[in-house]
Design a protein around this ligand. Structure first.
Ligand code: FNR
Length: 183
């Protein structure tokens, strides 16, 4: 069984990226599963806080979930043609302390995907994650790409992926990532 986690980088109730993460869970091929995690509760990174109180519980729990997973789907919104601050902040916390980076990130398969209401479909945000992925030493899968544009049309009012073409792309994407992990 290939166990993936998906991390949507938005706190918004109606988040397209959270909806995309849920759709990825539904698209998981036989022999795999996707658990959707949340960055809610991760505080703003503060080195004084870390020195005085250590790693916050919400961060420690996320780290353990990632460390136990065979692969991670990072489902990123795009803000100002780059990564969203809330997700970058969460990843920064997840990279603390440095001695634990190997357990959480090193050589762990990661894939980037995202949704936006505009035309770019998070292409620039995904590109902006590349140096972060490299720094953390993840095994980034680049064999597939998924940029969901015009998210308002792709998802219905309940946040279900209604666009059959995008559903097929998502299925191929998750299948490709699972195959990559199995190699
Ligand atoms: C955005 N949005 C946006 N979209 C995009 O495609 N490219 C961009 O550069 C930006 N920039 C941007 C900046 C800021 C500050 C906000 C608040 C929004 C729109 C963004 O894609 C939209 O709000 C999505 O709905 C965010 O993702 P979730 O919350 O739906 O997952």
């Amino acid at each position: 069984m290939t166990q993936l986690v998906a991390i949507p980088g938005s706190l918004r109730r109606g988040s397209w990226n959270a909806a995309l993460a849920r759709a990825a869970a539904e698209a998981a091929p036989a022999g795999s599963s996707v658990e959707v995690l949340s960055i809610r509760g991760v505080p703003l990174y503060d080195a004084d806080e870390e020195a005085e109180r250590g790693i916050p519980d919400a961060v420690a729990r996320l780290k353990d979930h990632i460390a136990a997973a065979d692969g991670v789907l990072l489902v990123t919104p795009e803000y100002n043609n780059s990564v969203p601050g809330v997700l970058k902040n969460a990843v920064d916390w997840l990279s603390r302390p440095p001695a634990d980076v190997a357990r959480v990130f090193a050589d762990r398969p990661f894939a980037l995907l995202g949704a936006s209401p505009g035309r770019g479909g998070t292409i620039l945000a995904q590109a902006a994650w590349l140096p972060v992925m490299r720094t953390l030493g993840v095994r980034l899968w680049t064999g597939g790409r998924l940029h969901v544009s015009a998210a308002g049309q792709a998802f219905d009012a309940q946040g279900h992926l209604a666009d059959a073409g995008v559903r097929r792309q998502l299925q191929a994407f998750v299948e490709g990532f699972v195959r990559f992990i199995g190699r």
